[in-house]
Each structure stands twice: as C-alpha cells, then as structure tokens.
Write a protein that binds this ligand. Structure first.
Ligand code: B12
Ligand code: SF4
Length: 644
C-alpha cells in the first residue's frame, strides 16, 4: 500500500516536472540570475541595466487572444539585430565602465509577455530598465501599444521601433501640416507620445548610442527620427544569434541574413522605398563571410536572405563567388533561400551562379499577374517578362519556385481572381504560392494617397496583416466577396488535387527538393487549413492566454476559457488528422520518384499495399509512425521556453 502511494506521488511529480519542466528550469534560471545580479550590484558595485527586448505579436481578429504558438518557424531577425547592437555598445564600453546589462528576450509569437511580472523581476534589485519593442509592423502596433502602456503603468520606460513607426514618419513628417498631424493621431502614434512612450523612426545602426546616452542620463526623448540618415552597412557585422532561444522554433538550423537594404523599384503598395530609400546599401563581403563562418560554428546551415530583392543587391555576384570559394575551401555547402523580382532570371548568370552557391528556393514577388493591374501599381518591370520562362529558368537548376501574388487591384473581380488562380496552376506551375489581400500599409504611396483623399480605410490597425480581411473598399467587390475570393484562392491552390499535381512534377524533374517542397507544402496547408492563418504568420499549435485578451473582447472566466481552449484544441487536432490524410494521399500518389519511396521501411511498404483501399486505412499507420516520432522527440516538443 505504502509502496503504491509512494509510486503514485513520484509519478505525479514526474508528470508535473515533464509538463511544467520548462517552468521549473526557468525558475532556477531566474534564481541564478537574481543571485548574480545581487552579487554584481552589492559586491562589485555595478550599475544594473535591464534591457527587455520584445517582438510583439498581434491580436487574433476572430477571438481577441494574442496570436501565439507552441513552436515558431524561426527566430526574428530584427530582434537578433537589436540584441547585437546593444551587446556591441556594451562591449565597446559605451554604456559605461561599471555596468552590468541583464537581457530579457521575448518573441511574443512563442512566449507570453507579462509586463507586471517582468517589471517586478527587474525591480528586485535597484536598477534601470528599458523595454525595447522591436520590428513592430502595422498589424502588431495595437498589441505593442498595449504592452508599452502596461509597462508605463508599472513605471517602466518603453521605446517602439519598426516599419509602422518609420512608415508613418516617412509619409507624414511632423512639419505642422494638419493632415500629417491627423495621420499621426489616426495611426496611434500621438497617443503613445502623450503617455510617455518613446518612438524610434529609421534604422538603429549608428544611432542607438544616442538613445542609450539619453536613457542613462534620465533624459530619454519622446521621438528619435533618423530616417534622413540611413546607415552604411558595408562594415556592419551580421547579428549574433539570440541566446537560449532556438528551442522555441521548429527550424533549429536556419538563420536570417540581411544582405542589403532599400529598393529602387517604385511599387505603390510597398513601404520599403519610403522607409529605407531607393539607394541600395549592401553589407560588405568581408563581414558577410565572417558572419557565415560564425553561423556555421553555431550550428546554422540554412539561410534565409531577408533582403527584399536579391537581384538588386549590387554585390550579389561577389557574394555567390565568396560562398562557392568557401565550399572549395572545405566548408559545407550553404542551402539558402532568397526573395527577388520577376526580371531576375534575365540577368546573365544570375540563376546559375546562385544555384552553384547553394540556392534551393526562390520567392518571387510577381504580385500583379494582369498587365492593367501591374501598370496601376507601377510594377512596370513585370510587363516585359515571360513568367513561365522565369519559373522554368529556376526549375531547370533544381530550385523550388515560390510565387507571391496580391489580389484586390483595381481591375480585379471575384471572377478574374478565380481565373488568375487557374492560370497560375496550369500555366505558370510554381511549387508554392502566397496570396495576399491588397492592403494600404502606412509608409506606402497607396496609403498616403488614400489618407489624403479621405478614402475609407479600416481604423483598426490590427487588421492590416494582408490575410484575414480587406481593410479598404473595392469598386468591383464587397469586402466579403474580396475576402472570400482570396481565401478560395488559397483553398484551390493547396487542394489535395493540386498538391498531387505539383509533387508529381517535382518528383519527375527535381527529386533533390522533393522533401523540401513536400514539407513546406504541408506547412502551408497546415497554416491555411488548420491554423487558418497566413503561413508567414502561423506557428505550430496555437496557445492562448486568458489574461492577454484584447480589451475590446470580454475577459473569460476560468471555466469558460478552459472549455473554449478545449474546443479549439480539439478542432486543431482534428485538422491535423485531416491534414495527415491529405498528405498521405499526396505522397502515395507521387512516391515513385521519391528516393525514400524507393526503399521504404516495412510500415510504409504496408501502407503502399493499402493504397487501393483509400488513404484512410493507410493513414492509421502513418499516424502511428508520426506518434512514434513525436514520442521519441517529446523533450523537444514540450521544451518550450517558459513565459515571462
Ligand atoms: C524578412 C521579412 C519577413 C520574414 C521575417 C523573418 C524573420 N524571422 O526575421 C517573414 C517572411 C516571416 C515575414 C513575415 C511578415 N511580414 Co515581413 N518582412 C521582411 C523584410 C523583407 C525584412 C525584415 C528584416 O529582417 N529586416 C532587417 C531588420 C534589421 O530591419 P528592421 O526590421 O526594419 O529593423 C530596423 C529598424 O526598423 C530599427 N528598429 C526596428 N525595431 C526597433 C526597435 C527599437 C527600439 C529601435 C531603437 C529600432 C528599431 O532598427 C532595425 C535595425 O536597423 C521586411 C522588409 C524590409 N525591407 O525590412 C518585410 C516587412 C517588415 N514585412 C511586412 C509584413 C506585412 C509581413 C507580414 C504581415 C506578411 C504576412 N501577410 O504574413 C508577416 C508578419 C509576420 C510576423 N509575425 O511578424 C511589411 C511590414 C509593413 C508594415 N508597415 O506593417 C514589410 C516592411 C514588407 C513590406 N514590403 O511592406 N517578413
Ligand atoms: S514590392 Fe518588391 S520590388 Fe516593389 S518596391 Fe517593394 S521590395 Fe521593391
């Protein structure tokens, strides 16, 4: 009896440690952190500075909870950049000789942010605290504002930077013009200034020191605007990787590399030209190579080049050559992904050199398929291109081709959108696509014109995520029709039937990237079918925090929330099971040329014998296989960094 009781208690403890493991670990980490802070403050007599770096998420438009997942896709590049810049200031002695900086880093897409708790922890020892809300986009601005105001209530100073703040300052400079002042208020900036939150417009390189000097002198200003002084990136090192953060993401081995900033193209819906300018500013080859080597040593072997348009990087050729030289010097080959424009394939040697250097996937901003739409938004460089030839040029070198489209241009109707999707599927034949709703983002020419002319735009900035719903009116469609047409486009492209068509094609001409495309396709289908979000916004398995619900939604009671969560999680689990069925069907229909399909393990062989009986039976085995995989990887699945 006693033994049974003892076993029961021990098992319960183990279950608790397994489920709450990360929380327990974090508790010990915090105790260690506080002890060392006390040591630094009392024994070493150092000044303590807390830097809280937060990448805010957004509110879910449907239920008001913060969009947050158990696992994200990859770490955020802006956060890594700001972290590195602060560490550089510290190491160069700019923050003072006798200073100890304590970082708290939180990507809200995968971790809960609790301002009261953070404030409390930062105050256990006398110190100064600065909260930096980084890379804040328009749709994230309402959430960022709420976090900043909550910190303010706790007496802690916040500073917000990123494309929303920069975009508004770039298009509506505060020069006394009443329209500009109205925009400033409508875009939520004035309210923050009135409440003592600091705004930062422009890029941080070379300018962060001024902010810190003011902060340390207790004289932080309400606005820092460096849009007129963009930094030269030639000698700017690539950012350091964020400490203790990688287990929060599914892609552990992927790193972001920003090769160049700005864009010379005049697309009217885009914010990049106004915010970063049209003069291209590449990162020098020396710092690029040093960064690659450092990342390799830290276990990063795949790169996402975040620059908007790799073909306009003045140093693209030198960059590729440097990567090829590294390979010949014995370094492993980099796999990398770029974003670029339609005419890139016409640049002599571009596709081949990129492929030789390790390009495995290209994301191309076609945006407007029809000439009349391309003309309307100044995307004139699309007009002379042959899109099919472009896709073929990349495919010929075994590269996965991913095209991006926007729907809702002036000449679009639900019918033309449906026709365009068919053209994309049958004529262009990309491997993957993104479809976005045309959205006037602050900082773009479209937004400026619409605001000045008084055209209707949704006043809720949270909705400006290019996916969930249109935020402006269209002459040919109601907002509902427009939204439905775009969501239908996603459904048609990622239907099981079209996925089979794509994977057959891939299996016949690019077996090397079969699993890369298969995985991504599974991810995109998961995002749109299960998470009901844009693949760029979604992570894996949604989590909700009862207390962080948007103020416009009522606070749920514990039981109500628990039941709601249960229902939503059940819906997700059912969605994943259905996704499993669909993907099994895709694989069974395309496995002939997949190298793995040629020498399958016994359960896959069994699965194949069941093909005639439909995917449902076969899927039971695949599900069992996946469960086994998840079980063997359970530590990784459960090991989410704990919330602040
Ligand atoms: C790469 C990228 C992505 C990647 C991010 C990869 C990653 N994990 O890092 C992915 C593909 C996931 C992505 C997704 C989205 N993106 Co995006 N993305 C970009 C892109 C091309 C580069 C971003 C980047 O890394 N820049 C490098 C960093 C260092 O620059 P930065 O963020 O501007 O930060 C600098 C300054 O702003 C400033 N700063 C920023 N924050 C702070 C804070 C403080 C306190 C201070 C002092 C300074 C400061 O200092 C930094 C260093 O100089 C930009 C366009 C661009 N040219 O920047 C679009 C861009 C940021 N994305 C945009 C959008 C709309 C999205 C999506 C909503 C699209 C969608 N429908 O899903 C999602 C949102 C996802 C999310 N949860 O955030 C828009 C935002 C516009 C706006 N006003 O909102 C941009 C500007 C593209 C555009 N053409 O308009 N994106
Ligand atoms: S949409 Fe692409 S090509 Fe056009 S301005 Fe923006 S970054 Fe440049």
């Amino acid at each position: 009896m006693r033994l049974t009781l003892w076993l029961l208690v021990v098992s319960l403890k183990l279950v608790f440690l397994t489920i709450r493991g990360p929380a327990v670990i974090e508790l010990f980490r915090e105790i260690a952190r506080q002890t060392s802070i006390v040591w630094s403050a009392i024994v070493q007599r150092k000044q303590i500075i807390n830097i809280v770096l937060i990448k805010p998420s957004k509110y879910d438009d449907r239920n008001g909870f913060v969009v947050q997942d158990r696992k994200g896709v990859m770490y955020n590049n802006t956060m890594a950049t700001l972290y590195s810049l602060v560490v550089d200031l510290l190491e160069d002695g700019h923050l003072g000789e006798n200073v100890r900086v304590v970082f708290r880093i939180c990507d809200e897409c995968v971790r809960k942010v609790k301002p009261k708790k953070i404030s409390h922890l930062c105050r256990l020892v006398p110190s100064r605290t600065l909260v930096m809300l980084v890379g804040v986009q328009t749709s994230q601005f309402p959430r960022a504002s709420d976090i900043a105001l909550e910190f303010k209530k706790c007496g802690i100073q916040s500073i917000i930077g990123g494309f929303h703040v920069s975009g508004v300052f770039a298009t509506f400079p505060q020069n006394g013009d009443p329209v500009h002042q109205r925009a400033f208020e409508a875009m939520g900036l004035q309210q923050l200034i009135d409440n003592g939150v600091t705004l930062f417009a422009g890029e941080a390189e070379g300018h962060l020191l001024a902010v810190f000097q003011d902060f340390l002198a207790g004289e932080i200003q309400s606005v820092y605007n460096y849009l007129d002084d963009p930094p030269d990136l030639t000698n700017e090192p690539l950012p350091r990787l964020l400490p203790n953060s990688r287990q929060a993401y599914m892609n552990l081995g992927i790193g972001a590399i920003e090769t160049c900033r700005a864009c010379p193209r005049p697309c009217t819906f885009c914010t990049v030209r106004k915010v970063q300018g049209k003069k291209l500013r590449p990162r020098g080859i020396k710092v690029f190579v040093e960064g690659l080597i450092r990342y390799w040593k830290d276990g990063v072997w795949t790169y996402f080049f975040t620059q908007d348009n790799a073909a306009r990087d003045p140093l693209w050729r030198e960059r590729c050559q440097a990567m090829i030289e590294l390979q010949s010097a014995g370094w492993p080959r980099n796999d990398f992904i770029i974003q670029t424009d339609v005419p890139s394939y016409e640049i002599p040697g571009f596709v081949d050199l990129m492929a030789d250097a390790g390009l495995v996937e290209v994301s191309i901003g076609v945006e407007a398929l029809r000439a009349e739409n391309a003309k309307e938004v100044n995307k004139l460089h699309n007009l002379r291109a042959n899109l099919r030839k472009m896709v073929q040029a990349y495919r010929r070198r075994g590269i996965a081709v991913h095209l991006n489209f926007i729907f809702g241009f002036l000449h679009d109707t639900p019918l033309t959108i449906a026709e365009d999707v068919q053209t994309i599927i049958t004529e262009l034949e990309p491997d993957l696509v993104y479809f976005s709703i045309k959205t006037p983002l602050p900082g773009s020419e479209d937004h400026y014109r619409m605001f000045v002319e008084g055209e209707w735009m949704d006043s809720d900035l949270n909705a400006y995520d290019l996916y969930a719903t249109p935020v402006s009116r269209h002459p040919n469609m109601s907002r509902k029709e427009w939204q439905e047409a775009v969501h239908q486009a996603w459904r048609v492209f990622f239907s099981t039937e079209n996925c089979i068509r794509i994977m057959r094609r891939v299996a016949s001409d690019r077996t090397d990237v079969y699993w890369r495309i298969f995985r991504k396709m599974g991810w995109f289908k998961y995002a749109t079918d299960v998470a009901e979000d844009h693949p760029m916004l979604a992570g894996f398995f949604r989590v909700r925090d009862r207390k962080s619900r948007r103020r416009t939604f009522p606070r749920m009671g514990r039981l109500e929330f628990w039941l709601y969560n249960l229902r939503e999680n059940w819906r997700t689990v059912r969605g994943i099971a259905k996704l499993g069925l669909d993907l099994t069907e895709v694989w069974l229909n395309t496995r002939e040329n997949d190298p793995f399909g040629k020498r399958p393990p016994w359960y896959i062989k069994y699965l194949i014998t069941k093909q005639g009986e439909g995917p449902i039976k076969a899927n039971w085995l695949l599900t069992a296989h996946c469960t086994r995989l998840i079980f063997t990887n359970w530590v990784h699945v459960l090991n989410r960094p704990v919330d602040f």
